[in-house]
Design a protein around this ligand. Sequence first.
Ligand SMILES: [Fe+2]
Ligand SMILES: [Fe+2]
Length: 257
Amino acid sequence: MKVDRRAFIASVGGASAVATMTHEDRAEALEHYMTHELDQFGQPGQARSDGPRIPRGTGNLFRPMEESFEPMPDKATLRDFFMKRFAPARHVLQSANHALKNGQPERTVFACLLHDVTQNLMKADHGYWGAQLFEPYVDERVSWGIRFHQSLRFFPDLEAGYEYPEMYNRIFGVDYEPDPYIQEAHDHARNHRYYMEARLITINDQYAFDPNAGEVTIDQFEDIIGRQFKQPREGLGYDGSPVAHMWRSIINPDRPL
Ligand SMILES: [Fe+2]
Ligand SMILES: [Fe+2]
């Protein structure tokens, strides 16, 4: 994707706003901008709101919107969430498709499919929120990879074929300097036996912002979801798991309390 530097900087409040942002905030803002642009691709031009400032970490479902939410079925499945809450989700679909086409393990394809969807609920620290959201239902290597992909994004690993993303430097004119907690998470992940679970997510991430790629649909991953996701009988949100409330908040973003 070609990022228009000026449009991006204007979207986050201008150069003075960028100057006050931490490196991690900038990295997040850039990724969210690209994900948003990809989902809007081919849509009639949507004006960016000049209204009151919305905290950037707010999940997509909690931003001002024109329409109301589509009702969710009882006993909602992961596919229902993709169709009615995460759509169009082009970035994660493209990322999973890239992993699939390159013959990566099914577990990696699945992790790529899930890795950023929690941004609909919460963008700030999305790796951690995403891991928590999926932990009860997936192989522990999948949620581990989702948790740590956030901290690995801006650390190169040439042996694994992951170079430092040059776009950060091009947009901001400086190198990325991680927050200490991100640096610590990276160091922990680098020495962990599951390291590649997270690294592969970041590798597929790079190829998943293509506005000209053909449409990928969630149906293409139906069998993989069937094998990799422990769908609760009662439906997500109503299975009494420690994260059921997170799924209910995605079902009902309009609930006042
Ligand atoms: Fe991410
Ligand atoms: Fe991503």
